[in-house]
Design a protein around this ligand. Structure first.
Ligand SMILES: Nc1ncnc2c1ncn2[C@@H]1O[C@H](COP(=O)(O)OP(=O)(O)OP(=O)(O)O)[C@@H](O)[C@H]1O
Ligand SMILES: [Mg+2]
Length: 529
């Protein structure tokens, strides 16, 4: 029985089948064999994409009764609930059920199940005992607002589809770690071991492997030093034998800055091997990563049907942002709240920081905060400084032009803006890297892209654009900023400069004619030597 679309997937039913199968201790293939269906059918049930036929469901229930997977004393009730959840067209055959529950367990069925469990089985007793967890320094997330869709997608990939490597990507502060922690708690019961490690202090791969093996197989480390080669094979052995969820937070710490984004830093190449090993080798575990940047080693392995997936986190939706502000006792009209959320592009970290400022300095009122005009400061600036400092010259230049233009542009328009010609491949790569770092986002028209609002304000401020004091008076541009590789110049703003407002000041930083679009400002003077 098929369900028609993704939207209609019945996650609750999928989860139920998965839980029951895990209790029996069978793989999808093992269960499929015993029920006489294809493995794909079991995959679809667990994905909530289809329901079993009545005869298959009865066989599944019979197996479950034999293996005592239903709560003692409440078997009939649980089975009726399962039948109902499976949207069967025929009523449950009550006399059949009573007969089934009255039967003693059959040694033949038990033996067949034991055989079908094979080497890959998840032990029933383990599944019932719950996972062994080492949550290390995982952050505490008291309340996660919104993100239901993202949670469902990740749970689907990790639990139902048994993906081997799942990355959660996005701008600093967008909520990657918060989501990964929440997911870890939600899916922990589907694993035998759960380990969380932050890579913020950049441990060597050797140290990380040792740390994981301390949890997974401490006995093998007792006999003294174990070579790196051996650690890799031991980890893989554990990943095959045991269903492990390994969460590695802040992978970007190990990635190179500048143009080689996505490549591992010298001395950290071992992680590339770890990623490939987890992605390409058959095992029953899952590596969940969070990173501001996408690790290049995974790109060729990703795909909708592959066991390697990546989810890029976009802004938090408006309702969730409002809940976050309300929790921090920040008040304002709906319009002010919307402006504040827009100014910080729905970034929960930025909103948290700003909420604190609003409470401390503006008695929790959004309106007076917005009136003072400056959105990027303090913690928000630090957050963006960190990401900006990692960019190559061309990437910074692209950000500057997007901040100047302040509207979505296509690659062709961007190329036209840059009078110093760049090979189009180079420009495309720079744009792609910026997208991978979540600093730019797609515009409404296909093929166009633009800056997130908080990034726009940040880059504008860096460029020394007009800043306003609290009374709204324009301040002088910051002369300190110099375009990399160019000389500071003077500019004359022509027609349209008034409308361009804060953009005019930025042109002091660019070489003559560097902006040829004529959209808002005409450069009339060459820079001074
Ligand atoms: N959906 C959410 N609901 C409530 N709070 C959230 C949500 N998402 C994130 N936060 C909070 O926002 C802050 C930043 O989130 P988090 O640390 O997860 O960001 P991140 O993307 O991992 O950032 P970084 O790249 O710096 O590691 C944290 O305090 C977190 O608890
Ligand atoms: Mg994080």
């Amino acid at each position: 029985m098929k369900r028609s679309s993704y939207r209609e997937q019945d996650y609750a039913f999928g989860q139920l089948v998965l839980t029951l199968r895990t209790r029996i201790g069978l793989t999808q293939a093992g269960l499929a064999d015993l029920l006489g269906v294809s493995r794909h059918a079991v995959v679809e049930w667990e994905a909530g994409q289809s329901y079993p036929r009545a005869d298959h469901l009865k066989a599944f229930i019979a197996l479950g009764v034999q293996q005592r997977i239903f709560a003692t004393g409440r078997e009939a009730e649980d089975i009726r609930a399962l039948w109902h959840a499976a949207h069967q067209k025929v009523l449950l055959d009550e006399p059949w059920l009573q007969g089934l529950l009255a039967k003693p367990p059959s040694p033949r069925v038990t033996a067949t199940v034991a055989q079908a469990r094979g080497a890959k089985a998840v032990s029933t007793s383990q599944a019932l005992r719950g996972p062994r967890v080492d949550w290390g320094d995982a952050p505490d997330v008291p309340s996660l607002y919104g993100r239901q869709r993202e949670m469902a997608t990740l749970a689907q990939w990790v639990v139902q589809e048994r993906c081997r490597v799942v990355s959660v990507l996005g701008l600093g502060g967008i909520g990657k770690s918060a989501l990964a922690v929440s997911l870890m708690h939600q899916v922990a019961s589907h694993f035998e071991v759960v380990i969380w490690r932050s890579l913020r202090d950049a441990p060597t791969c050797e140290a990380l492997l040792e740390d994981c093996l301390q949890v997974l197989a401490p006995e093998v480390l007792r006999d003294g030093s174990v070579s790196l080669e051996r650690r890799f094979s031991l980890l893989l052995e554990c990943m095959r034998r045991t269903r492990v969820l390994l969460v590695l937070d802040n992978l970007e710490t190990l990635l190179e800055e500048g143009q080689r984004t996505g490549h591992l830093r010298p001395g950290y190449e071992g992680y590339a091997r770890l990623l490939r090993q987890m992605a390409e080798t058959e095992h029953q575990s899952c590596l969940l990563l969070t990173s501001r940047e996408k690790p290049g080693d995974l790109v060729p392995l990703e795909g909708k049907r592959e066991p390697v997936r990546a989810l890029r986190l976009a802004r938090l939706d408006a309702d969730a942002c409002q809940q976050l502000l309300a929790e921090r006792e920040v008040a304002g009209s709906a319009a002010d709240q919307a402006r504040l959320i827009e100014a910080y592009a729905g970034n929960p970290q930025a909103l948290n920081i700003i909420a604190q400022t609003i409470v401390d300095l503006f008695a929790g009122e959004i309106a007076p905060f917005l009136e003072q005009g400056e959105v990027v400061f303090g913690g928000v600036r630090k957050l963006l400084d960190e990401q900006y400092a990692r960019l190559a010259d061309l990437e910074q230049m692209v950000l500057h032009w997007l901040a100047i233009v302040r509207e979505p542009v296509t690659l062709g328009e961007l190329r036209a803006l840059l009078v110093m010609p760049r090979p189009s491949g180079e420009l495309l790569e720079a744009v792609d890297r910026l997208r991978q770092r979540s600093l730019i986002e797609h515009g409404q028209h296909p093929g166009s892209f633009t800056l997130q609002s908080v990034v726009l304000e940040y880059v504008t401020t860096r460029l020394g654009g007009e800043r306003r004091d609290r009374a709204g008076t324009a301040c002088a541009p910051d002369p300190a900023w110099t375009f990399p590789g160019s000389r500071q110049g003077v500019y004359t703003a022509g027609q349209g400069a008034a409308a361009a407002g804060s953009r005019a000041g930025m042109f002091s930083a660019y070489p003559p004619g560097a902006y040829s679009g004529g959209r808002a400002v005409t450069l009339a003077a060459r820079p001074t030597a």
